[in-house]
Design a protein around this ligand. Structure first.
Ligand SMILES: Cc1ncc(COP(=O)(O)O)c(C=O)c1O
Length: 415
């Protein structure tokens, strides 16, 4: 019996089926302990944007660990890498002069954004604005706040009473958002949480005009617009942020993953200056919120080295070029009898959706498809809808793209 308790796992199945122990990585590939090579179709969990094995991040980390691995950033204490990273992220952010609150990951960022939004309304004299609106299919991480905001129903059941004052709307309907706000009364609503492209919920790009419309509704009603860019931030949708690409000017952005490409764990909440202002003004006092590893010096150093690479190699632009090529490569898979559709064409993000009736007949189909992919040299996983996740590192080149396409095609044929 093993001792390592895996995340999001049926441990009895892991015990009987065995573990895949990933050992090393280089570029878009990883190797397991048996030396088998896989094209990593998912960049681990959507995060390894710059690809594996970057010496320059390793060097930056080693140097910082030797100098000062970490020190608390509570109160008036800071460290240079954290300050620099906040400056860099603020300069890249879609809203000028944004403030950057560093966390240890996406779920931390969601928790922080939830509290920041409600606290903001307290500070500006609207303490009744506590309602949080979320969308069906949404994944906002697994802390209690994110679990409470879960649009993937199965992720939220079985934990008793969660964070209260949450309403859910359809993922694709601005008018439902408008109705939810007017039903509650705008003076009750704190924030609307919105993944610009829904990720774990199945890779659903926003319908045409959706983002502009929901942004406008939030602006009209004073509701804070929170863009959850944990997946879409830092290049994955062909710009530094989805919010830049679609001109959303969010009040808050939650991010993680690509900020360090996962070399070390970090997240952030980027607050527009007008949201930060009441917290920063004289007399606002202490905000009792923060995490032990917020602004961790070594993690921040990894983040800075990661952003150097992304800038030098123009990875957001490369991602924009890749989005069409990826969609073109994967679209023919939609003709396969096991496939219902291929969702692709917005960023380096896609899902090869397995046929719903085939899944209903054989609920183990997605798992079998993932195994078949592994046997054909492709590492992927099944999303909530039974789609195969495709979100490789942004450095994927033409041969890598062909390896990805042919591996998935061979796996589907082997089903
Ligand atoms: C959109 C979104 N928000 C939040 C999270 C939570 O991030 P983490 O797993 O780093 O806590 C994720 C994770 O995949 C995500 O995709």
């Amino acid at each position: 019996m093993g001792r390592f308790w895996h995340s999001f796992a049926d441990m009895a199945a892991v015990e009987s089926g065995g573990e895949l122990v990933v050992d090393r990585g280089e570029g878009v590939h990883v190797w397991d302990e048996q030396g088998r090579r896989y094209l990593d179709a998912t960049a681990s969990l959507w995060y390894c944007n710059v690809g594996y094995g970057r010496e320059e991040i390793a060097d930056a980390v080693a140097e910082q660990v030797r100098r000062l691995a970490a020190y608390s950033t509570f109160g008036d204490i800071a460290n240079r890498p954290a300050i620099e990273l906040a400056e860099r992220v603020s300069a890249l952010a879609p809203v000028p002069e944004s403030k950057v609150f560093l966390t240890s990951g996406g779920s931390d960022s969601i928790d922080t954004a939830t509290k920041m939004a409600r606290r903001y309304w307290q500070l500006v004299g609207h303490p009744d604005r506590t309602l949080l609106i979320t969308r069906e299919r949404a994944y906002h991480g697994m802390h209690i706040a994110g679990t409470s905001l879960a649009g993937i129903e199965a992720n939220a059941v079985g934990y008793g009473t969660l964070v209260g004052d949450v309403a859910k709307v359809a993922w694709d309907s601005p008018s439902e958002l408008r109705e939810a706000i007017s039903f509650a009364g705008p003076d009750r609503v704190a924030a609307f949480f919105c993944e610009p492209v829904l990720g774990a919920g199945g890779v659903f790009a926003p319908p045409d005009g959706y983002l502009a419309e929901v942004r406008a509704i939030c602006r009209e009603t004073g509701v804070l617009f929170v863009a959850d860019e944990v997946i879409t931030g830092f290049g994955r949708v062909g710009d530094w942020f989805a919010s830049s690409r679609w001109d959303l000017e969010p009040d808050l952005i939650t991010c993680a993953k690509g900020i360090t490409s996962g070399y070390l764990p970090m997240g952030a909440v980027i607050a527009a200056p007008w949201v930060a202002e009441p917290f920063w003004q004289p007399g606002a006092g202490l905000w009792r919120h923060g995490y032990t590893y917020a602004g961790h010096a070594t993690v921040a150093a990894a983040g800075l080295a990661n952003l150097d690479i992304m800038e030098r190699e123009s990875l957001p632009e490369h991602a924009l070029d890749l989005e069409g090529a990826l969609a073109q490569a994967l679209s023919p898979l939609a003709d396969h009898p096991a496939v219902e559709e291929v969702r692709a064409g917005t960023g380096v993000l896609a899902a090869v959706q397995l046929d719903a009736s085939a899944i209903a007949e054989d609920p183990r189909l997605p798992g079998r498809a993932v195994s078949a992919c592994r046997s054909n040299g492709i590492l992927t996983r099944a999303l909530a809808t039974g789609g195969l996740q495709v979100s490789p590192a942004l450095v994927l080149d033409a041969p890598g793209l062909e390896e990805l396409r042919s591996g998935i095609a061979a796996a589907l044929d082997a089903l």
